[in-house]
Design a protein around this ligand. Structure first.
Ligand code: SF4
Length: 365
């Protein structure tokens, strides 16, 4: 398949692995790299990239899965809203199995709540128009990749004068949480494999603080094996030369200044606010909420919900996993009580979750 096969080439992948090993031989110090994108985590496992890394290079999975970083209190509040007889709740499929304290959206749906899976928030425009006697609530989670679509949907809903569409927003923005991680001395990070999808929206400029303030390099990479291996080559090479720049190895998608139209939509609808990340806590200026012009779309305000944030218990160690402190095999519940069929925590639910990636691909030791 043109434009895909080249990025899955065995020969070129092998050359990149050999080159990575050669760089590592010339710089044998321990190198800790964090990938902050759940799609990277999955792709790294799927293509066996961890198995071919030089011994001194460690990949640490970070908080790159938007469903995983959403606090349990958000799920519980969504469940509470779904109890209302006048509500149709719309959500991405990944949210359905995430456990709240006592239930999940999947169980609520089985009990009769009107919960619909949508592929885009724009689907909610049709839902709202076709169900004028119902209140439609979209569960708006995700990073800078999905936030522009929430903004566009609210803008369109206003144009169409839809008065029955609301959003329960928990959108998050990625660079501020990276600052928290880079300041964490336990992690001792040497570099970041930067998220391709998020960077397609925000560009590379928002990561420059890593280089300027913390002397940490980063490389934006795509999601095919050649993309990831090329990104690791560039990153390990930068680290070995003590060159702290932010590089872009995904130029076919990512521009330095990102996608200006998507950013305009976000700026039009949202304010940047402090936000709670599961396991990490309150991160300054890392969330988005509707601004004054769009606050009538805010489900919490419309339904007068007093929202208190908290994380889950149940022995789940998602918080430490999202911070890169442990890997899933160090959680006693992994593969025992916690499986994708019966997830105890959000990291086992999402297709981008680290525990789900380990469950599917990790073979040993
Ligand atoms: Fe939580 Fe399950 Fe992951 Fe353990 S294996 S951290 S219980 S999601």
């Amino acid at each position: 398949m043109k434009y895909v096969d080249e990025f899955r080439s065995n020969d070129y992948s092998k050359q990149l692995v050999d080159n990575l090993r050669a760089i590592s031989r010339s710089y044998p110090q321990k190198i800790n790299i964090m990938e902050v994108c759940g799609t990277h985590t999955m792709a790294i496992f799927r293509y066996g990239i961890r198995d071919v890394l030089p011994a001194n290079v460690t990949l640490i999975s970070g908080p790159g899965c938007p469903v995983c970083v959403t606090p349990q209190s958000y799920i519980d509040t969504a469940l509470e809203l779904s109890n209302r007889k006048d509500v149709i709740m719309a959500t991405f499929g990944d949210m359905m199995k995430v456990p709240g304290r006592r239930s999940s959206l999947l169980k609520k749906k089985a009990e009769g709540a009107d919960i619909r899976i949508v592929y885009s928030p724009m689907d909610c425009l049709t839902l709202a128009a076709e169900n004028p006697s119902k209140q439609i609530i979209f569960l708006a989670v995700g990073f800078e990749t999905t936030a522009p679509m929430t903004a566009v949907t609210a803008i369109e809903a206003r144009k169409k004068r839809l008065g029955n569409l609301f959003f329960f927003t928990a959108h998050k923005i990625v660079p501020p949480v990276m600052e928290v991680l880079v300041k964490d001395k336990d992690l001792n990070l040497d570099g970041f494999l930067l998220p391709g999808h998020v960077s397609a929206i925000i560009g590379t400029e928002p990561y420059e603080f890593l280089s300027e303030d913390f002397n940490i390099p980063g490389v934006v990479a795509g999601f095919e094996p050649v993309d990831i291996l090329q990104g690791l080559n560039t990153l390990v090479s930068l680290i070995s030369k003590k060159d702290h720049r932010i590089a872009n190895d995904y130029k076919r998608i990512v521009r330095t200044d990102g996608n200006s139209q998507a950013k305009d939509y976000m700026n039009k609808a949202f304010n940047i606010v402090d936000s709670n990340w599961r396991g990490i806590g309150k991160v300054p200026k890392s969330g988005l909420e509707f601004n004054r012009q769009f606050e009538d779309f805010d489900a919490l305000k419309h339904f007068e919900i007093c929202y208190e944030e908290y994380d889950g218990g149940s022995g789940c160690r998602c918080g430490e996993i999202l911070k890169g402190k442990i890997n899933p095999t160090q959680c006693p519940l992994f593969k025992q009580l916690c499986t994708p069929e019966n997830p105890i925590g959000s990291c086992m639910v999402s297709s981008e979750g680290t525990c789900a990636a380990y469950f599917r691909y990790y073979k040993g030791p």
